[in-house]
Design a protein around this ligand. Structure first.
Ligand code: PLP
Length: 420
């Protein structure tokens, strides 16, 4: 076993050897930029996006006005293809940008139930992201279906046994996260997809915490459906449109519940009844959000230039380094790793358990390090590979150990004022 030195010089050497180091300069940073370990919540602003948005607003909208629709209207599909090619392993015509992750979940859960007539059960897990659980719960209630909520360990992620026990001939759809939002546990997409298929059900993957950080092979893994957001690792900005994936062979057999005019055949004929187009665009709803979609394109192009395999390699190096320092420095202060230790089972964030995680997360922000708190007692640190330096990880963990040694967080109020 190789020993990793815990001194800062080692982190500096890793930065010097980092082939992706130059990408940090392609983003907007304030002069007094904090150490940002929250790119898995809201990614920073790429310079190219700033420039492109001002062009779209100033020229395409400001001057071109309605004449610009000709160049805008194909964007949801074109940018979806870009995501498919560079980030999610999907051949063209299967990914569409638009709406929010929540709305896309609603559309696809309903479409999946219709595609499996006679099957009346839905499965999700109790550590899935809240919006995923609520949408599945809501659709089950609206349609009189059975909801099977399987238990997932907060630190280790999905248990195959629990899934197998819940599967059966009544199940239409299994809805899961590829990377767990709290622990960062990375699910084995090909294996779980094939277990679900063996039971005759469809599977819907939430890619919010893996898209842009972990290579995803939707086509190769046989996945049926997926959704994901773009404001995390894709750096497309707050509220930027999400994306959805529907495997090609399922598309024309599926129909989504929002019958909007952007999925209508011969849309501008303004015809009397709904008749959806074939292909991925039948999952569109209303007028696409152009400024946000342009930001998705720029963010995706930047990740494509860095290369998803290299981003993953750096992400693993950053998170395993973070775990090494946490083991070395923080265990004596009551921290424990609350993410999978094996690199292959972890996404791009690391979660640390501490009974005082809330106050520590606040003290850390005051010390110039932005991470995240997650209920009930977890600190989540996400070193996005395109922008994070190894010295950022070293400095953040060093400040964390100082806060813990001095117990300076004990001066902060214990109550949780929920702003995030
Ligand atoms: C796994 C996961 N799914 C869904 C969402 C949010 O969905 P929406 O963009 O619709 O708010 C998040 C947000 O953090 C998430 O982490």
């Amino acid at each position: 076993m190789t020993t990793v030195p815990s001194n800062r010089t080692y982190a500096e050497q890793l930065d010097l050897a980092d082939p992706l180091a130059k990408f940090r300069d392609r983003f907007v940073w304030p002069d007094d930029a904090p150490i940002y370990l929250d790119g898995n919540s809201l990614g920073p602003l790429p310079l190219a996006t700033q420039a492109r948005i001002s062009e779209v607003v100033g020229s395409e909208w400001g001057i071109g006005l309605v004449r610009s629709w000709g160049r805008w209207v194909g964007l949801p599909r074109d940018v979806g293809d870009l995501i498919g090619e560079h980030l999610t392993g999907a051949a063209p015509g299967q990914v569409l940008v638009g709406d929010s992750t929540t709305v896309n979940l609603f559309k696809l859960v309903n479409a999946a139930l219709d595609a499996r007539p006679g099957r009346i059960a839905l499965i999700t897990d109790d550590d899935n992201f809240p919006t995923d659980r609520y949408v599945v719960e809501g659709v089950a209630a609206q349609r009189g279906c059975e909801l099977r909520m399987i238990h997932t360990d907060l630190d280790h992620g999905l248990a195959e046994d629990a899934l197998l026990a819940a599967l059966g001939p009544e199940v239409a759809l299994v809805s899961l996260s590829h990377v767990a939002y709290r622990s960062g546990a990375l699910a084995d997409m090909p294996r779980i997809t094939s277990l679900v298929h063996d039971a005759g059900a469809l599977v819907l993957w939430d890619l919010c915490h893996s898209a842009g950080a972990v290579p995803i092979r939707l086509d190769a893994s046989g996945a049926d459906l997926a959704v994901g957001c773009t404001y995390k690792y894709l750096n497309a900005g707050p509220g930027a449109p999400a994306f959805l994936y529907v495997r090609e062979e399922l598309q024309d057999r599926m129909r989504q519940p929002i019958w909007g005019w952007f999925s209508q055949n011969d849309q501008f004929a303004m015809g009397p009844g709904y008749d959806p187009v074939p292909g991925i665009e039948r999952f569109a709803t209303g007028t696409p959000q152009i400024i946000g979609t342009v930001a998705v394109a720029e963010g995706t192009k930047l990740l494509a230039e860095a290369g998803i395999e290299r981003l993953r390699e750096k992400g693993v190096a950053l998170t395993s380094y973070l775990i090494h320092l946490a083991d070395d420095w923080l265990e004596p202060y009551g921290f424990r790793l609350a993410s999978p230790r094996a690199d292959a089972r972890r996404g791009n964030h690391v979660t640390l358990y501490h009974p005082d995680a809330w106050r520590i997360s606040q003290a850390l922000i005051a010390a110039g390090v932005i991470g995240d708190y997650r209920t009930p007692d977890r600190l989540r640190l996400g070193p996005a590979p395109i922008t994070t330096r190894f010295t950022d990880v070293w400095d953040a963990l060093d400040r964390l150990r100082q806060i813990s040694a001095r117990k300076s967080y004990e001066d902060l109020p214990a109550e949780l004022s929920r702003v995030t």
